[in-house]
Design a protein around this ligand. Structure first.
Ligand SMILES: *Cc1c(COP(=O)(O)O)cnc(C)c1O
Length: 388
């Protein structure tokens, strides 16, 4: 079975993990700040805060920006549930902005219209969370312009997009956002097993996130309410969490980061090969790519335009029976039972729903070969033709 995504680990990754395991530091050691600095430098951001998942990073990013009860947070319905759950953890209200069918990303026109309407009823969001779907950065310049106009913060959910570029700059530079979040889950671009990072250029938010990832505790005498009792002393000054990354994970992150450019280059080469192999298929459309971006191609997604939901199920099942572990990204978040109970219903975001019925995620990972792609594409075409 060819999976839809898979990590790539080398000897140097294994060596780094084993060395850290046998060192003095398993949890709070030197690899964590090293990994934070290395990735922040790579992306061109001032600060990196490593945590145990992107989900945790999204949560403390919302908290650092002051999201609390009564606030509104908007994100894309075409994402993993973590993109919206983070708002609910803070007691905020969640809402969604429909997507562009051709890219799967938040539609900027839909955002603009929704903001104008929200302003008229005094219901503007505090934070908007664009998701760089499949590794293609959203239209950040436009989103930033709207954030200035309407006064909301921007958190990039870049779980798919470490190593991607927007207008020649790496995602994570936070040039057009306040905080940017990456995931290092094994199916993502680089892995630390579980893990994530929040990047920002704002020292105050960085400090707040550092404190929140570790119980809301500070060792900084400046922040304490009384003089330190001695070198062992700390104070809890906020309600935080245990969201820390381990040193072993960070050591793996460092050796994975060395390979990030190669991973993304390989993914791009495979995507080009997929595109070429599908060029004459009018019914099978790869996601369209804007020309001012460089995708990290976390996912390779095609839309099979002739599909209804029954045919969609049949096609994915047949692909799996043929040894290709096709997947579907994403079930629109607002259709999840938990979200339906919050009042969302079918029909709320028609593009996300229509897209869901036609989208197929094909295998994409650095160790996939062009021969694999050739056979995946011919199997796909055969099954699609049989459906009609
Ligand atoms: C994977 C993913 C997350 C969550 O990442 P974890 O590191 O597993 O918590 C959040 N958002 C998106 C878009 C993702 O793909």
């Amino acid at each position: 079975m060819i999976p839809y995504g898979r990590q790539h680990l080398d000897e140097d990754d294994v060596k780094a993990v084993v060395e850290t395991l046998t060192s003095n530091w398993l949890t709070q050691g030197p690899a964590i700040p090293k990994f934070e600095t290395a990735l922040a430098d790579y992306c061109g951001a001032n600060f990196g805060i490593a945590v145990n998942s992107a989900t945790s990073a999204l949560h403390i990013a919302c908290l650092a920006l002051g999201v609390s009860e009564g606030d509104r947070v908007w994100t894309s319905p075409n994402s993993f549930v973590a993109s919206s759950n983070c708002a609910l953890y803070c007691g905020a209200k969640i809402d969604f902005v429909d997507i562009d069918l051709n890219t799967g990303n938040m539609c900027v026109d839909a955002l603009r219209n929704k903001l104008a309407l929200a302003e008229s009823i005094n219901a503007l969001p505090k934070v908007v969370i664009p998701v760089h779907f499949a590794g293609q950065p959203c239209d950040m310049k436009e989103i930033r312009a709207l954030s200035k106009q309407y006064g909301f913060f921007v958190i990039e959910d870049a779980s798919h997009a470490v190593g991607a570029k927007y207008q020649e700059k790496f995602v994570g530079s936070c040039e057009f956002s306040d905080i940017c979040v990456f995931s290092f889950h094994p199916v993502k671009i680089i892995t630390t097993m579980e893990g994530g990072m929040a990047l920002t250029n704002n020292s105050e938010w960085a400090e707040k996130m550092r404190m929140l990832r570790s119980h809301g505790i500070t060792n900084d005498p400046e922040k304490m309410t009384e003089d330190s009792h001695g070198p062992w002393y700390y104070q809890q000054i906020a309600l935080g969490f245990n969201y820390r990354m381990t040193d072993v994970e960070a050591a793996l992150g460092l050796t994975q980061l060395d390979k990030l450019d190669t991973f993304v280059e390989k993914r791009n080469a495979l995507a080009t090969y997929y595109d070429k192999s599908l060029r004459n298929q009018e019914n099978i459309a790869p996601l369209s790519q804007h020309n001012d971006i460089y995708s990290s191609y976390h996912l390779y997604v095609v839309r099979v335009k002739s599909l209804d939901s029954t045919m969609h199920t049949t096609l994915v099942t047949q692909l799996r029976e043929s040894g290709i572990f096709a997947h579907v990204h994403y079930i629109p978040i607002h259709l999840q039972p938990y979200y339906q109970n919050l009042g969302f219903k079918k029909g709320d975001y028609p593009n996300a729903e229509r897209y869901y019925q036609q989208a197929i995620t094909l295998p994409m990972f650095p160790d996939l070969s062009e021969n694999d792609v050739t056979s995946i594409v011919s199997t796909l075409i055969k099954h699609v033709d049989n459906l009609r």
